[in-house]
Design a protein around this ligand. Structure first.
Ligand SMILES: Nc1ncnc2c1ncn2[C@@H]1O[C@H](COP(=O)(O)OP(=O)(O)OP(=O)(O)O)[C@@H](O)[C@H]1O
Length: 292
């Protein structure tokens, strides 16, 4: 679980209040979109989760690790529990697709035998089996982002943090990437994704947290609330205007309702695996560590 307890983040260099008094809970197995205009504080929100930045006041607790108590030497171990995907891919140009993904396993000391089993499986999962030997400069933007996603997934994280993962790919590929994230989420992995793309938020109806000027101005835990007032995207900020804003409702109650209605599908691996009778994705195996 991710919990922000009255978190304020002020960047000392320019006294910018990037986040102010944020209180948020994200339960295990959720898929959450974080939206808001440029400079609103979205990346800061993710950096606090990753422990790349520390709160100025308040506390961020992720899977039992509290920001106020975490020791520097614990941070690398803590980050291993999450897979991180960035807008600019951040793959290593001099390594092949295979080695880029294998690298994430090598740095944590995984045995080569296991790497040789796991990497082809993950490349198959993201549809890049045919590109294993390619170098990054031989790939399209969408393919590079899928390498980045494969690298984020290969160590079987509990949590995927994605900072505008579709920012540099075309709309069709954006859709495919979020679809892939949805499947990963259905196997139990929590996904927190920052996006500017209204169409994705409209299409994949999930919890939407809106941050504006450092404050959470809207939170729609039930995806059915994430309906926009207008059918068309008319203005830059139209995702701020929902038909219903449940920000002030008791979120605990909402979550209880969600659990009862099975909307938080944390136990969906078996049913998903049954659905995947064709194609390359077998999330049952992913959840079990990629044994084939
Ligand atoms: N390291 C930093 N030092 C000083 N100010 C910073 C730093 N990082 C971010 N800020 C400021 O904090 C505010 C929030 O930035 P943040 O990057 O979290 O916004 P964002 O919502 O992710 O924006 P964008 O959509 O443009 O990426 C901005 O005013 C930004 O200029």
């Amino acid at each position: 679980m991710i919990e922000f307890r009255d978190v304020t983040k002020v960047y000392g260099s320019n006294d910018t209040h990037a986040l102010e008094n944020v209180n948020i809970k994200i339960e295990d197995g959720e898929f959450v979109f974080i939206v808001g205009s440029s400079g609103a504080g979205k990346s800061t929100f993710l950096k606090l989760i990753m422990h790349e930045e520390k709160p100025t006041s308040g506390e961020v607790i992720v899977n039992g690790y509290a920001s106020t108590k975490m020791k520097k030497r614990q941070v690398p171990y803590y980050r291993r529990t999450m897979g991180i995907v960035f807008q600019d891919f951040r793959i290593i140009p001099k390594m092949s697709v295979y080695d880029n993904v294998a690298f994430a396993m090598r740095v944590i000391g995984t045995k080569e035998k296991e790497i040789r089993k796991r990497v082809p499986y993950i490349l198959q999962l993201v549809g890049l089996s045919q590109k294993a030997r390619s170098m990054p400069n031989e790939l399209s933007g969408g393919e590079q982002q899928r390498v980045s996603l494969a690298r984020a997934l290969v160590n079987n994280p509990d949590l995927i943090i994605a900072d505008e993962p579709t920012g540099n790919v075309d709309p069709e590929m954006s859709h495919e990437i979020v679809e892939l994230l949805t499947k990963i989420n259905n196997s139990g992995t929590t996904v927190v994704m920052v996006t500017h793309e209204h169409d994705l938020v409209r299409t994949f109806q999930r919890r939407v947290i809106v941050i504006q000027k450092g404050k959470v101005v809207s939170d729609t835990p039930d995806p059915t609330f994430a309906k926009f007032k207008t059918k068309e995207t008319k203005k830059e900020n139209d995702m701020f205007y929902f038909e219903q804003n449940v920000k002030n409702e008791n979120l605990t109650e909402v979550f209880e309702d969600l659990e009862e209605s099975d909307a938080l599908n944390t136990d969906g691996i078996a049913s998903l695996a049954e659905e995947e009778t064709e194609g390359t994705v077998d999330l049952n195996e992913l959840a079990q560590g990629g044994e084939q």
